[in-house]
Design a protein around this ligand. Structure first.
Ligand code: FAD
Length: 371
């Protein structure tokens, strides 16, 4: 049997799109290499974050705002269908500044974005120390102020991945774990995906394999110029709620009571080992923002690799040489999960990406498609 769609990659991007397609009644196969592969979806900071994103590409700012707007409905549908509450909350996000220069830079950044999108679509406020301290009384004296954006939120992202997979099962999608796709070819009008242990055929194919896309995309005339950027995260022991109704870009209290401190950005290739110097710098900055964090033990830390395009914006594209073969990759797979499930999935099923996504082709990197 040929599936309607074969999705390569069961991380957040592949799983949310496959979930949307299977929910609409399509026969979907998800082929996933598994935990042995590099997986950003298991190591992220779990923000549904709008603030600051899309400078230089208003279409991305729009897409992010749209996804954040869809998140309440998406979380509701996931809970209804999988029985799992992904703990989506939208308290609004705060980007703290530890100097006047940082605050000035953030202000300029947000002004530029608001000029592109308009004040009602891109609301934000600049808070000085006093205004911030009224919202977050525990904030340290070193914090000069913050940008506040009411559109920002967060989730439990591991539960999100779990809920999507439970949902895929309930939608009768076929999930093939431990399946590293080695080749994708078009044979007699269908796509044939071959791995060491199976062959799957489908009318259409979506490459959503994160870093795996680099190798797979040229097989169907596409390109995925993504590279890894390393991010570290620190998790503290559980503590009484002190960040209730507040969310900071680099500090958030989880629904389980731990505090997550994140996330650094380093260009180190495919190296996901911990760098203690980076962890120390992150911890020091976090304690300047919230001095009481200095009294908590760190219980866990890890480094994970983002899937990053040259400009940081997503790639969505259909192949011109292999119609019916699509690629989707992005660096904000938590934030965009709602748009992927509820908007991108129906477009893919209809066999056409909407005009609003045309800016996202890899052609913008002047990478010629293979003939
Ligand atoms: C430190 C850090 C912090 C982050 N914080 C946030 C955040 O706060 N908010 C946010 O929105 N985003 C955040 N992200 C980004 C987010 O995690 C990623 O955008 C998202 O996880 C990407 O999902 P993906 O499915 O594309 O890739 P991955 O999670 O890497 O999944 C790719 C999947 O493809 C499979 N695969 C690869 N090759 C093959 C193959 N040949 N055959 C079959 N399967 C294959 C792998 O097994 C894997 O399961 C963060 C990322 C990091 C690293």
């Amino acid at each position: 049997m040929a599936f309607d769609f074969a999705v390569v990659g069961g991380g957040l991007v592949g799983a949310s799109i496959a979930w949307g397609m299977a929910g609409a009644g399509a026969r979907v196969a998800v082929l996933d290499e598994g935990d042995v592969a590099l997986r950003a979806s298991r190591g992220n900071f779990a923000l549904v974050w709008v603030q600051g994103k899309g400078r230089g590409m208003p279409a991305y700012a729009h897409w992010t705002v749209q996804s954040a707007g869809l998140w309440p409905e998406f979380a509701r549908l996931l809970a209804e269908q999988s029985g799992l509450d992904v703990r989506y909350e939208r308290p609004g996000g705060l980007l703290p500044a530890l100097s006047e220069a940082e605050l000035h830079e953030s202000r300029q950044h947000m002004e530029a974005l608001q000029r592109d999108l308009g004040p009602s679509a891109y609301p934000y406020e600049i808070l000085d120390h006093g205004a911030l301290a009224r919202r977050a009384p525990q904030v340290g004296r070193d914090v000069r102020g913050a940008v506040y954006c009411p559109l920002d939120g967060h989730v439990n992202s591991l539960r999100l991945l779990h809920a999507l997979h439970v949902g895929l099962d309930r939608h009768s999608a076929s999930y093939f774990p431990g399946t590293r796709v080695e080749s994708v070819e078009r044979v007699g009008g269908v796509f044939r995906l071959t791995s060491a242990n199976r062959v799957v055929e489908a009318q259409r194919v979506l490459l959503a394999a994160g870093h795996g896309n680099v190798r797979l995309a040229p097989m169907v005339g596409l390109s995925a110029p993504v590279r890894p950027t390393r991010g570290h995260i620190i998790v503290t022991e559980r503590t009484a709620p002190f960040l209730k109704d507040q969310l900071f870009l680099t500090i958030r209290q989880t629904d389980e009571g731990t505090v997550m401190i994140g996330a650094s950005i380093e260009e180190v290739g495919f190296d996901d080992r911990l760098n203690l110097g980076v962890l120390a710098a992150m911890a020091e900055r976090a304690i300047r923002i919230f001095p009481q964090l200095g009294r908590l033990n760190a219980v866990r830390s890890w480094a994970a690799l983002r899937v990053m395009t040259p400009d940081g914006f997503p790639i969505y594209q259909e192949s011109t040489s292999h119609p019916g073969a699509f690629i989707a990759t992005c660096h904000s797979g938590v934030t965009l999960a709602a748009a992927h499930a509820l908007q991108l999935a129906p477009m893919l099923l209809a066999g056409k990406l909407s005009h609003s996504l045309y800016s996202f082709t890899a052609g913008r990197f002047h990478v010629p498609q293979a003939a």
